[in-house]
Design a protein around this ligand. Structure first.
Ligand SMILES: CC(C)(COP(=O)(O)OP(=O)(O)OC[C@H]1O[C@@H](n2cnc3c(N)ncnc32)[C@H](O)[C@@H]1OP(=O)(O)O)[C@@H](O)C(=O)NCCC(=O)NCCS
Length: 148
């Protein structure tokens, strides 16, 4: 699904072996949606301490606009909220209007355009959804006890 619906026209990076390796890491969640036993959608998110990154997401064309993408992403947002994540990040082809509208509908906003991000030719659009205000920075520097 990644090759057909996300990476089309680019070298295929997210093959089965790579997805398998990602799944072996405890900070990666992958959701799959099935219709009568057939895979119709999936989403993969990688979690850091403060930020999470939506790595891949697709729904088969036959099953789009039925709320499957929304359900997958909302589940991941809920997981991120439970984990105390501050913000969700993703990038997509700048020309992918359908996905841009989808992410906007799910509360994401555009941040920057990255020229030639994909294979040195196609631009990417970065989007973010802030889940909570940042925590105060931990100050490691302390003034000396006897200042003067
Ligand atoms: C983006 C994608 C995952 C959306 O999945 P989906 O299951 O069709 O999305 P949903 O049905 O849950 O849509 C939720 C809302 O998003 C918006 N939306 C989704 N697709 C849209 C489109 N083509 N045009 C405009 N708005 C759209 C709508 O507001 C929609 O709500 P509505 O149907 O009640 O109007 C799907 O189009 C897809 O797989 N695209 C190809 C792969 C891709 O581009 N992945 C993302 C980049 S990595």
């Amino acid at each position: 699904m990644s090759r057909e619906h996300i990476e089309y026209g680019l070298a295929w990076k997210y093959d089965a072996a790579r997805i398998q390796r990602a799944l072996e890491r405890s900070n990666v969640s992958l959701l799959a949606a099935f219709d009568r036993g057939s895979l119709v959608g999936f989403a993969m998110m990688e979690f850091g301490d403060e930020r999470a990154h939506l790595v891949l997401m697709a729904v088969r064309p036959t099953h789009r606009r039925r709320g499957i993408g929304r359900r997958l992403l909302e589940w991941l947002v809920e997981t991120a909220l439970t984990a105390g994540i501050e913000s969700l990040h993703l990038e997509l082809r700048a020309t992918n209007d359908a996905a841009r509208r989808f992410y906007r509908a799910l509360g994401f906003g555009e941040t920057i355009l990255v020229p030639r991000y994909y294979a040195g030719t196609e631009s990417a659009l970065r989007m973010v959804r802030v889940l909570r205000a940042p925590l105060p920075a931990q100050l490691t520097w302390q003034p000396p006890r006897h200042w003067c």
